[in-house]
Ligand binder design. Sequence first.
Ligand code: NAD
Length: 413
Amino acid sequence: MSAQRSKILAIIGQGYVGLPLAMAAVDAGWTVIGIDNFAAKVEQINGGSSPVEDISDTQLQAAISKSVYTATTDFSLVSRASVITICVPTPLDDKREPDLTLLRNAVTAIAPYISNETLVVSESTSYPGTLRDIVIPIINQNKSKDSKSVHFASAPERVNPGDAIWNQKNTPRLIGAIDQESQERALDFYESICGAAISVSTPEVAEAAKLLENTFRLVNIALINEFTQLCSAGGINVHEVIDAASSKPYGFMPFRPGVGVGGHCIPVDPLYLTWWARQNGSKAAFIESADSINHAMPKYVAERALSMVGENIKNPKILIIGVAYKPGVGDVRETPVSELRAHLMAKGAEVAWHDPLVPIWEGTNSVGLEWECDVAIIATNQPGMKLTELISKGIQILDCTNSLNGQKSVSSL
Ligand SMILES: NC(=O)c1ccc[n+]([C@@H]2O[C@H](COP(=O)([O-])OP(=O)(O)OC[C@H]3O[C@@H](n4cnc5c(N)ncnc54)[C@H](O)[C@@H]3O)[C@@H](O)[C@H]2O)c1
């Protein structure tokens, strides 16, 4: 069977990447089959309840009711698709090295059902060579005999969850395919969804560009986190310095300090790069150093907060405000606030937390902002939080988000 001319897209993985892609494709006139191996999530989505903040229930329900989108656990349905995109997680293992188990599982599961002339695109972030050395061999070994011609491209996702400006449509997409035919088909597909699709010469260039983008963020965040500690020790407000430097119209881009880096991209992707460097006999010393600086931030923040507690208080009560890894999302994966909480508790503090987007975290519930405490740490400034009410309570506040500038009881990171 040839699925080439059907405008049917199958997306493997219905998370922060897969579901927004599904809705963007629906908007562009595609019929989308959203495949996920997590049955409860599939049930939730088909019930019209979106698991990601950037997609509203209304948008999801409209697509389901028009029969242009459905979620399923049935991998065999990829046979109907002319394009398959893979959007499954690519985390780190216990040794903080790339763990492609989920990607391999997903590719193995779809391989027997891929129709002839289908385009298979990997959107998952990974090291250069993943498409060519892992995805393609698995599919070629397991595909049906009738599927003589399968096309392959890498188009790493760049979505930024919670971003009100940049989305699937207006963020240009990099595309690197294994041959001219695959490249043209991938360009056709992404041009139907995105404002701009940019060709690069190989899948490896696209894969490496994605790692460069996120490593750029990691090292700049590390730089500003280190610089913050220098400024604090020297009695200068780092934010005033950043604002001042930002007046330079070229050659400077402001980054802000924080509790560390979180989520599944910035703390993870650069380690795909350092691992890949090691496989090629190189060493990414600068990136490894940046990673260490960011990892040390939760401890630094904990120590700063504890230094604000009165000497006579043995077991201070500390309220952490915002535990998601960034504002606007309820995503707590890799959140540096986890280490911050652990450091505070290890020093004998009684710690509670508040986050309007995270009801339960690490086996505990979010408390109200009125929770009595000695010090409050603003770790993530979630939208809608009434932070000014904290000031009127007169408690000490360590603001890691630069949200409460110039207030007497507020210390900036
Ligand atoms: N979230 C982001 O901000 C972002 C941005 C750009 C790129 N990425 C990359 O995109 C990829 C996906 O990330 P995400 O944030 O969407 O992850 P996610 O955890 O939000 O969603 C992934 C989904 O894939 C499903 N899944 C896991 N294994 C599967 C399998 N074998 N078969 C079918 N479904 C499977 C999970 O149940 C989950 O619903 C990763 O490589 C990530 O690095 C993420």
